[in-house]
Ligand binder design. Structure first.
Ligand code: HEC
Length: 399
């Protein structure tokens, strides 16, 4: 597909994806909040109806009084609201976005320095990895149903294993995204295969005037709790893609696991707080973890550059023309690009000088550019950029 239309597809899919995810996670957080704030009803009439908890709230100029039934209401209401299309829309738009960004464009999924895979094989491996990860998760959930803390620890270990495996096969940035996407598959799977079918059986049982199976309620609850704790890590994995300092690391998968753990601690804090327990050790632990990570991934100081020769500025321009301009030009020649990525053109001397710090950051410090080193920049060329930038910074400091 032409790069221009691909950009449009990316924009619209991202928009849809983010809005649907807000609706999904918003509804999910709301129901967890609701569950955690219910109080036993005072009125005997409500108790007699089988209501186990209720609360009062005010929002948008109206009073609300939701009630939760211990099992099910005596009669099925005519209109029952379900929450599922938020989840499906998020998942479908996410998969389409993954394809539009990572599967179609070169340099996103495969990094020859990690594994020199043909694009088609890499796509199959990515899809297969997400599917396998989801089946393993399902198996773990079934085996561990009702086994207390193990239901949290084993899936967490599985996340680590998935994150590690992807980091061994794909470009670091793609590995982060695919790990997040796999967890998002778990969440959507939980809705599609466990929560909704269970609810359908419960409703069918009631229509037939039978007692709904308590098992369906329990299983639905297990998955719904998982989804609640997965939400923050998944969102983090998605936005981490914009921060090269996170994934341009040895053992970047550990960085991702650390970040996700901080998300789980924060979520756990709020879930307990809803119950009136404010355990400040949890957010403190999350902050400590983030501080440790920030210290661990800080870039090494670059050694003092040797003096530049007259020709270096010209050589830099030639190197950038060779290694960067296929993408960073008003009209990129690299397939899949229709406009300069990040709005950055590197085809004239003025733009190069104005963006020296950004170029240095991407080429020398984080080594994210050229993307997946598609244009095969050499080590000497990176050193030339370091020298040139050092001399520029020095000249500015001396002014
Ligand atoms: C295959 C295409 C491609 C090549 C080649 C390429 N880039 Fe990029 N560059 C991108 C994309 C795509 C982005 C947008 C950010 C992203 O998606 O990670 C980007 C973003 C950037 C940014 C902006 C980062 C920021 O937000 O500040 C800089 C700076 C940059 N590239 C420098 C370079 C330099 C210098 C080279 C050559 C050594 C280069 N790029 C080669 C595709 C490319």
């Amino acid at each position: 597909m032409d790069g221009y239309w691909l950009d449009w597809a990316g924009l619209l899919l991202r928009w849809l994806h983010v809005v649907a995810a807000i609706a999904w996670i918003g509804a999910s957080f709301y129901f967890v909040w609701l569950d955690n704030h219910l109080t036993p009803p005072q009125s005997p009439a409500l108790q007699a109806k089988g209501v186990s908890g209720e609360l009062w709230a005010i929002h948008g100029g109206g009073f609300y009084n939701p009630q939760k039934y211990r099992l099910a209401p005596p009669v099925l209401p005519e209109k029952l609201h379900w929450f599922r299309w938020e989840a499906y829309t998020t998942w479908l738009s996410g998969m389409a976005l993954l394809a539009a960004l990572y599967f179609v464009r070169p340099g996103y999924l495969v990094d020859p320095a990690v594994a020199a895979l043909p694009q088609r094989e890499a796509i199959l491996l990515a899809l297969g990895g997400m599917l396998l990860g989801t089946l393993l998760y399902e198996a773990v959930c079934r085996l561990l149903a009702g086994r207390g803390g193990l239901q949290a620890i084993v899936p967490a270990g599985l996340v680590g294993a998935i994150s590690f495996s992807f980091s061994q096969v794909f470009a670091a940035r793609a590995a982060f995204l695919l790990t997040g996407a796999t967890l998002a598959c778990w969440m959507a799977w939980n809705v599609l295969w466990v929560i909704i079918p269970g609810q359908r059986r419960m409703v069918a049982a009631m229509a037939a005037r039978q007692e709904p199976a308590a098992e369906d309620g329990l299983r639905g609850k297990q998955r719904s709790v998982h989804n609640n704790y997965l939400a923050l890590p998944v969102v983090l994995a998605m936005i981490s893609n914009h921060y090269a300092f996170l994934y341009q690391q040895a053992q970047s998968w550990l960085v991702l696991c650390g970040l996700m753990s901080a998300g789980v601690l924060i979520r756990h804090f709020f879930n307990r707080r809803h119950h009136g327990v404010s355990d400040w050790r949890l957010p403190a632990g999350a902050c400590l973890l983030l501080a440790l990570l920030a210290w661990r991934v800080a870039p090494e100081p670059v050694s003092a550059p040797s003096p530049v020769s007259e020709g270096d500025a010209v050589r830099v321009q030639r190197v950038l023309a060779e290694r960067c301009v296929s993408c960073h030009a008003a009209r990129p020649t690299q397939a899949g690009f229709s406009s300069p990525p990040a709005g950055l053109r590197l085809d004239d001397q003025g733009a190069i000088a104005a963006n020296a710090a950004r170029i240095h950051q991407q080429v020398v410090l984080s080594r994210t550019m050229p993307l997946a080193n598609l244009t095969q920049m050499t080590e000497e060329e990176r050193q030339l950029i370091a020298r040139w930038f050092g001399a520029q910074a020095g000249a500015e400091g001396g002014r």
